[in-house]
Design a binder for this molecule. Structure first.
Ligand SMILES: N[C@@H](CCC(=O)N[C@@H](CS)C(=O)NCC(=O)O)C(=O)O
Length: 209
């Protein structure tokens, strides 16, 4: 097995990497790091990833962190079906879309942030859900508008092939559904999600699998 992926089934950052590995048809073995049991904070896992976050990709003694850096590495090593568009403007826009999810939505709703809201500010479950929905709503409103206005939007965010944008969007929508977020105001996002969830590389990467 060429790759070992330290991941957690429900982690959306791990889900992104699983989709990318599947789209590239690369073999990998998953080593679960249970976020539920705080295994990300164990000394064993900190030796693998000092940030205490999943995913981590291991390839021949080399450890790679950060889902987007891992995916770009895979894209450069295995360029068979590019996840980043060849056109440099489109590539910058695709990266921007992915970063809007990975930097502007996801970190605000990460487990450690939700835990901190509870521990430091005594937030109730309802207040945490409100927080979660607030950032999703703000982020998805901008993404939906971009998709509706973009000449590239088709079955996928950037045309007829999956890109880094879809690889980031699908896990974020999956999480939104899990937290009972109302997706009705986001028809383009929802249509892309429904299209992708039918495809084998996305299905195989989903938490249920
Ligand atoms: N920017 C990082 C984010 C990684 C991340 O936040 N992972 C989450 C799961 S999706 C995690 O490990 N959370 C553990 C925690 O919050 O304690 C990446 O893209 O890899």
């Amino acid at each position: 097995m060429a790759f070992t992926l330290y991941d957690y089934f429900r982690s959306s950052a791990s889900y992104r990497v699983r989709i990318a590995l599947n789209l590239k048809q690369l073999d990998y073995a998953c080593v679960p790091v249970s976020l539920l049991n705080n295994e990300q904070h164990s000394s064993e896992y900190h030796a693998i990833n000092p940030s205490g976050l999943v995913p981590t990709l291991l390839q021949h003694q080399t450890l790679l962190h950060q889902s987007l850096a891992i995916i770009e590495y895979l894209d450069e090593c295995y360029p068979s079906s590019y996840l980043l568009p060849r056109n440099i403007i489109k590539r910058a826009q695709c990266r921007a879309f992915a970063l809007a999810i990975a930097c502007d939505i996801h970190p605000l709703n990460n487990l450690r942030v939700l835990k901190q809201l509870e521990q430091q500010f005594n937030c109730t479950p309802a207040q945490k859900t409100h927080w979660y929905h607030h950032w999703l709503h703000q982020g998805f409103t901008a993404l939906e508008q971009q998709l509706q206005q973009s000449p590239y939007t088709e079955r996928f965010c950037f045309g007829t092939h999956p890109t880094l944008a879809d690889v980031c969007l699908i896990p974020q929508v999956y999480n939104a559904k899990r937290f009972e977020f109302n997706l009705t105001p986001f028809p383009t996002i929802t249509a892309i999600y429904h299209h992708c969830e039918q495809l084998e590389p996305f299905k195989k990467a989903a938490p249920e699998s």
